[in-house]
Design a protein around this ligand. Structure first.
Ligand SMILES: [Zn+2]
Length: 169
């Protein structure tokens, strides 16, 4: 039988291994070794190390997958967030909020009341004071819509955060 002269890669002891053997146990340190062959050389490697390397690789792969899933989620949330944005009177983009809804409702109600008070005071004819009612109605409608949008946004944001949390845990 042809023998290969190798060394244990744990303790360095010389080993004689049958040419076709895949595994061998070191006589000196009892490490279980795998016989690796390339075109030109043969060498031994501790089986535990191979297992550890394989485990590490699959761990790394899992980590990478997780990372890219989180990045995808973040990207899609940024897009969704942009769709929610509303432009303020100062021209800035903001996410919808209850405070914004309250501000719209308050400003238009006060404006409408002032209009009615003013129109009646100057004795404007019939329909003019009523425009104030229309103004207030439009404002309240706008406030309700903004409030619904704010709820919608909060729900979406919460869903995004909990999904992200699940991905990371
Ligand atoms: Zn050894």
């Amino acid at each position: 039988m042809k023998l290969l002269a190798l060394n244990c890669n744990q303790c360095g002891a010389p080993l004689e291994v049958p040419a076709k053997a895949k595994f061998v146990t070191c006589n000196f340190c009892s490490t279980q070794l795998s016989v690796q062959r390339t075109d030109k050389v043969a060498y031994t490697e501790a089986i535990e190390e191979i297992q550890e390397r394989t485990r590490q690789m699959s761990e790394d792969l899992k980590h990478l997958k997780k990372q890219s899933a989180v990045e995808d989620l973040d990207r899609s949330w940024r897009r969704r967030r942009e769709q929610f944005m509303v432009r303020s009177q100062q021209g800035e983009l903001n996410v919808p909020s209850k405070a914004m809804a309250t501000a719209i409702g308050t400003v238009t109600t006060i404006g409408g009341l002032l209009w009615m008070w003013f129109a009646m005071n100057i004795g404007a004819p019939g329909p003019f004071p009523l425009f104030g009612v229309f103004f207030i109605g439009t404002g309240i409608f706008g406030a309700m819509r903004m409030s619904a949008k704010a709820d919608d946004f909060r729900r979406s944001h919460r869903a995004y955060l909990s999904k992200r949390h699940d991905l990371l845990s």
